[in-house]
Write a protein that binds this ligand. Structure first.
Ligand SMILES: NC(=O)C1=CN([C@@H]2O[C@H](COP(=O)(O)OP(=O)(O)OC[C@H]3O[C@@H](n4cnc5c(N)ncnc54)[C@H](OP(=O)(O)O)[C@@H]3O)[C@@H](O)[C@H]2O)C=CC1
Ligand SMILES: CC[C@](O)(C(C)=O)C(=O)O
Ligand SMILES: [Mg+2]
Ligand SMILES: [Mg+2]
Length: 333
């Protein structure tokens, strides 16, 4: 039976009197630090000398110190640095300052599940994993809304770790939308699968395939962009607001007929078979090993792909078209 928590189920006072160190001030870090501060928590950001995030965090009104000093000052330490950097930072700056009874938190279970970070048995370990990009976690909070979160406890020597975790989830706005109890294993495997097969890998390849099909057939790239990129958000907004039903209520019957006839020709049994294989590789730790190995040799594949993708025609034409849509150009951290 799944367990969901909302604001009324969370003890908002469980963080009172506790200092929360947010290690890292990137996508998730800035959102957690600012949302928690505005929810009344005592927050300190932990970075490194020379970090480009340091001045940004101070400018936003936050206390900032090195990761080691922030850990010393804190009762709850949230690891919001890049997954692949966490083991070294944990060993060098966090672990030596993490005394018995403190709380160590994560927004993704990767390093615990794959044994890259191993906290001592007298440390409380929990996870609050927002199901959304950090900049949206911040934007939703500012708008009085929330991003759903997953919550899990992996070690609980103090006996109140779930209470602290739920208070944290509420502090970043997650309990406005719903906080689902899970395990580090379930969060990690579903998150990696979702981002690879659907949200990031699957979606960008679907978009590019549609865009390239139209452009290769001689249609204007601008037309292909509006059709296969810009309108994705408009259609997905309707699905998120009211399911497929609301989307199909808004589109034409012609589109709905085409949706039923053609969708399964694009996402085929073969695609589902490959999705199962992707999930298996995640479950068996093969993806994690490959990602850690890629980082050990300074990311040649990752960096080459990042460059190639940024040069794709869909990105070039999109940049131009977005200049005429000022509502898309909001300043973000
Ligand atoms: N991005 C997202 O929306 C989501 C991320 N997560 C998880 O959240 C965690 C953080 O990811 P994300 O927000 O993407 O990370 P980012 O890459 O956006 O930010 C990393 C931050 O860590 C800082 N940093 C780097 N090295 C150090 C160091 N040695 N000591 C202290 N700080 C350091 C960086 O500073 P600088 O830039 O100055 O080097 C930066 O502020 C990961 O576990 C990720 O899986 C979970 C859900 C969604
Ligand atoms: C979809 C990517 C994500 O899992 C996220 C924003 O939820 C991430 O790791 O950034
Ligand atoms: Mg995710
Ligand atoms: Mg992820």
């Amino acid at each position: 039976m799944s367990k969901m928590y909302y604001e009324q189920d969370c003890n908002m006072d469980a963080l009172k009197g506790k200092t929360v160190a947010i290690i890292g001030y990137g996508s998730q870090g800035h959102a957690h630090a600012l949302n928690l501060m505005e929810s009344g928590a005592d927050v300190i950001v932990g970075l490194y000398e020379g970090s480009k995030s340091w001045a940004k965090a101070e400018k936003a009104g936050l206390k900032v110190d090195t990761a080691a000093n922030a850990t010393k000052a804190a009762d709850v330490v949230m690891m919001l640095v890049n997954d692949e950097k966490q083991p070294k930072i944990f060993k060098e700056s966090i672990e030596p300052n993490l005394t018995a009874g403190k709380y160590l938190a994560f927004a993704h279970g990767f390093n615990i599940l794959y044994n890259q970070v191993a906290p001592a048995a007298d440390i409380n370990v929990f996870m609050v994993a927002p199901k959304g990009p950090g900049h949206i976690v911040r934007r939703m909070y500012e708008e009085g809304k929330g991003t759903p979160c997953l919550v899990a406890v992996n070690q609980d020597p103090s006996g109140d770790t779930m209470e602290v975790a739920l208070s944290y989830a509420a502090g970043i706005g997650g309990a406005r939308a719903g906080v689902l109890e899970t395990t580090f294993k379930e969060e990690t495997e579903t998150d990696l699968f979702g981002e690879q097969a659907v949200l990031c890998g699957g979606l960008t390849e679907l978009i590019k395939a549609g865009f390239e099909t139209l452009v290769d057939a001689g249609y204007q790239p601008e037309s292909a962009y509006f059709e296969c990129v810009n309108e994705v958000k408009l259609i997905v907004d309707l699905i998120v607001e009211g399911g497929f039903e609301k989307m199909r209520y808004s589109i034409s019957d012609t589109a709905e007929y085409g949706d039923y006839r053609t969708g399964t020709r694009i996402i085929t049994d073969e695609t589902k078979k490959e999705m199962k294989q992707v999930l298996k590789e995640i479950q068996e730790g093969e993806f994690a090993s490959k990602w850690l190995a890629e980082n050990n040799v300074n990311r040649p594949y990752f960096l080459a792909k990042r460059k190639m993708e940024s040069e794709h025609q869909v990105e070039i034409v999109g940049k131009e078209l977005r200049k005429m849509m000022p509502w898309l150009q909001n300043e973000e951290e």
